[in-house]
Design a protein around this ligand. Structure first.
Ligand SMILES: C[S@@+](CC[C@H](N)C(=O)[O-])C[C@H]1O[C@@H](n2cnc3c(N)ncnc32)[C@H](O)[C@@H]1O
Length: 266
């Protein structure tokens, strides 16, 4: 068994902390816009138990607590579970979404914002959410819309997909369709629910900063780009900048970001 290299471990830790900070900086204001719709879909708290799975900073857990829920915030990455001041969410637990440290039927509501592109097996995720939910409980999921509705994330995704063969990008693209996600929930035994779209406008300094910031903040996009040979990386960047020019006005970019909030009953 190779001995762990402490310098490599330290390097990886620093990279994950840096990427977590970039994620908060770039995506935080956008993902924050879906929180009211998610809390609305969860219904009144009144002391009931909610889980925020794949919680990141725990902004959703905080919004659920504000609505009267008792809330557990779970994420598999300790680096992601930090607010901009480095403070972890209250009741934060490092745990995998596919093996939640939660007793069967203990939760009234399970929420997950922008987790689904990161999980390989959606069927297993839906089954785990059902296991921890009480009968009649609700699942509330948010995810990005596709390139047409949400060019902020979708345009870089679409351009990169032309250069990188990546299961992660394919997964992210197909899961921008709420019907795909709804089908997994139905197969797991959830009953049909609701879908709400949330749109925001993101302003960025330039097309170059749009590309650079998204790649710094998104581990999936960065991994796909780095899997390409250097000339393809440069070609993808050029193709993106050409496509992004239509969102620019006097240099600055103004582009739509859209997400859907899907909820269903157990
Ligand atoms: C795109 S971020 C979303 C963070 C936060 N929910 C938000 O809306 O800003 C996805 C989060 O899911 C976490 N994650 C990915 N796979 C996971 C898994 N299998 N179990 C638990 N957390 C996971 C990541 O560490 C990351 O914090």
């Amino acid at each position: 068994v190779p001995r762990a290299d402490p310098a490599l471990a330290e390097f990886r830790l620093r990279m994950s902390v840096r990427q977590a900070a970039a994620y908060r900086d770039v995506f935080g204001p956008v993902t924050g816009a879906v929180l009211p719709a998610m809390v609305g879909a969860a219904g009144p708290g009144a002391g009931r138990w909610a889980l925020d799975v794949g919680c990141g900073t725990g902004a959703l857990a905080a919004a659920l607590s504000g609505a009267g829920y008792r809330c557990l915030a779970l994420d598999r990455s300790a680096a992601m579970m930090r607010d901009p001041h480095g403070v972890p969410p209250p009741h934060g637990v490092v745990a995998d979404a596919l093996a939640l440290p939660v007793a069967p039927t203990a939760a009234d509501v399970v929420c997950a914002a922008f987790l689904v592109p990161h999980v390989d097996d959606l069927g297993a995720l839906a089954a785990e959410f059902r296991r921890v939910l009480r009968p009649g409980g609700r699942v509330v999921l948010a995810n990005w819309c596709g390139p047409e509705d949400s060019p902020f994330n979708g345009l870089p995704l679409r351009v990169l997909r032309r250069y990188a063969r990546s299961a992660g990008l394919d997964r992210a693209l197909i899961r921008t369709d709420p019907a795909h996600l709804a089908q997994h929930l139905t197969v797991a035994g959830f009953t049909a629910g609701t879908v709400e779209l949330v749109r925001t406008t993101v302003v960025l300094a330039s097309p170059e900063s749009w590309w650079d910031r998204l790649l710094a903040a998104s581990s999936g996009l960065a991994a796909a780009l780095h899997s390409c040979p250097a000339p393809d990386r440069e070609a993808a960047r050029r193709e993106f900048l050409a496509a992004a020019a239509r969102y620019a006005n006097q240099g600055a970019v103004s582009v739509t970001a859209a997400a859907y909030v899907l909820s269903a009953s157990n």
